[in-house]
Design a protein around this ligand. Structure first.
Ligand code: ZN
Length: 552
């Protein structure tokens, strides 16, 4: 098979592809003897792949692909291991999380006293008067059965201002010194779309503020991240993602600093996943002015959608619902931006050729967002706008029909049922059958994605598969069993559907000749695994662009 014409003929029958003249058709790596689940419906299974210049060059049977090997070409025996396309996390906050991991106290701890100890330790190493910052605090995961309050924080750290972000990202907790610096006192009125909590008994500040009230702190928090810090943050989180099999992620609340950090990390060789970087609506004017729009970039760093936020969060129970939270008859959640604001920003972006991604969790939030999208399309129809509904958590038949009609893309939380089971009771068993509604989306032909929303959610793709397939939490409670999907469907959601959400379905998301060589090698086959142990399947290796980004 060295003769050129035979070779060309042979390549015609094998699923092969080349971007280059025939003279250069030489793979640089062959992986063989694998159980390759391709997610390419034309050729769902394969045994071997040849890789050339970061892309799949050929996909097929062992004998055929090995035939392409010329002297000096690297070959690797996969030992029958299962290979999937690299996972695509369609909604996450990796660059921001990377910075937090660099700087802040990780408050994902199981008691208030453990959090106090961690803060105290950090304070001891922090110059007097400087901020002590924390993140990933979760009020439902501490054994105390109550929230962290201002007294806890004052007791732990009296001499430094303390600011702790809730894991969900929509509420913060602070000590007295921090409130002073932010200029908040007991009588400060709630800003529009925000809430400053008070102790119902005493009327004093509780220590917690929600949604837009966080802006009081944003003005006084240290903003001294250097350009290098941003790159280091991407480097740190790159390793964390690669270890779990992720090869692409959407930066769902990106800004110009993130976009620069991704380019810096790409150039220094530290970027291990492909970033689709959303741009927060606050920066849209300067972006449009500079002639930038969605999809500008390369296979590693690409400008994503403009980000808008309609309502509150699921994990912190502020999503805007049509019927109240269980046991809280007057609480319907929060709307963050008005419909008119969403429309004004949305119109600008839509006219300039941007994709739009709007955070919409509750059924009221989704309804409002869809109304805006429908109006934009009615007034200025665009081909294939791929409007995104970030999270799109609580749905009904009417919403599903409208999402389908618009060709919109929901990015529901993939790991919440499994990881955040203790929060599900606030929504009630009946409502859970209409939440994270992958069964409904897929049955309607809607291309929903896998999405972690890290830090609020865990990003491990194997956990996403288990959560979506079993709808069961870590304690064995089943939440919304009507929305179960199969393992194969869950893999599709986490790969090719994610590529579609960023207009890259012809570039990645399946193991197919011509596509980017992004894949994951697993220790066991998820299609044969007991669904209740999917999360324990080890990731042995991850590859992005033909380079191993993780090897166990
Ligand atoms: Zn998010």
């Amino acid at each position: 098979m060295t003769d050129r014409s035979t070779r060309r003929e042979f390549l015609g029958t094998l699923a092969a592809f080349s971007l280059f003249p025939l003279e250069q058709e030489k793979p640089d790596l062959i992986l063989h003897n694998g159980h390759i689940v391709t997610m390419n419906s034309a050729e769902p299974a394969a045994e071997a792949v040849a890789i050339s210049r970061g892309r799949f060059f050929a996909v097929g049977k062992n004998a055929d692909v090995l035939n392409l090997a010329a002297p000096g070409i690297r070959k690797m025996d996969l030992g029958g291991k299962t290979v999937l396309p690299g996972f695509i996390d369609a909604h996450s906050h990796p660059a921001a999380a990377g910075l937090s991991h660099l700087r802040m106290v990780d408050c994902d701890l199981r008691s208030i006293s453990a959090i106090q100890a961690a803060l105290r330790e950090r304070a001891a190493k922090t110059p007097a008067g400087d901020w002590v910052l924390g993140f990933k605090y979760d009020d439902t995961k501490t054994e105390d059965g109550r929230s962290l309050n201002i007294a806890d924080l004052n007791a732990a750290v009296p001499d430094h201002p303390v600011h702790i972000e809730h894991r969900g990202g929509h509420t913060v907790y602070a000590n007295s010194l921090a409130f002073q610096k932010a200029g908040i006192h007991e009588k400060t009125p709630d800003p529009p779309g925000g809430k400053i909590d008070h102790d119902p008994a005493t009327g004093k500040l509780s220590g917690r503020v929600a949604e837009s009230a966080q802006a009081f702190f944003e003005k006084v928090l240290p903003q001294d991240f250097t350009r290098d810090d941003h790159r280091e943050g991407v480097k740190l989180i790159s390793k964390m993602l690669a270890k779990t099999g992720i090869t692409s992620a959407t930066e769902a609340q990106g800004n110009p600093d993130d976009l620069r950090a991704y380019q810096d990390a790409r150039d220094s060789g530290d970027l291990l996943y492909r970033a689709y970087c959303f741009i927060n609506y606050r920066f849209i004017d300067s972006m449009i002015e500079a002639g930038v729009r969605t999809s500008l970039g390369d296979e590693w760093v690409r400008v994503g959608a403009m980000k808008l936020v309609c309502d509150g969060s699921i994990s912190e129970r502020t999503a805007r619902l049509s019927t109240p939270y269980e046991g809280r008859p007057n609480d319907f959640g929060i709307l963050v931006m008005t419909e008119e604001e969403l429309y004004t920003y949305g119109r600008k972006a839509h006219l300039a050729g941007w994709q739009i991604g709007t955070h919409a969790n509750g059924d009221v939030g989704i309804d409002t967002t869809l109304r805006v999208y429908e109006r934009l399309q009615r007034e200025n129809p665009r081909n294939n706008p791929r409007f995104r509904l970030e999270h799109c958590t609580v749905i009904n038949d009417n919403l599903i029909a409208r999402i389908k009609a618009l060709g919109a893309i929901p990015t529901p939380f993939s790991t919440y049922v499994y990881y955040h089971g203790e929060k599900m009771r606030y929504y009630g068993a009946e409502r859970l059958n209409h939440m994270f509604a992958l069964r409904s989306f897929l049955d309607a032909g809607i291309r929903a994605t896998q999405a972690s929303d890290y830090p609020p959610g865990e990003f491990i793709p194997m956990m996403a598969l288990q959560s979506e397939v079993t709808r069961t939490d870590t304690k064995g409670n089943v939440w919304g069993p009507k929305q179960k999907i199969t393992v194969e469907e869950a893999i599709r959601v986490g790969t090719i559907n994610g590529a579609h959400a960023s207009y890259e379905e012809n570039l990645k998301g399946s193991i197919e000749a011509g596509k980017l060589a992004d894949l994951v090698v697993l220790g066991r086959d998820p299609l044969k695994e007991n669904p209740s142990t999917l999360v324990t399947i080890p990731v042995e290796r991850t590859m992005a662009g033909g380079r191993w980004t993780f090897e166990s």
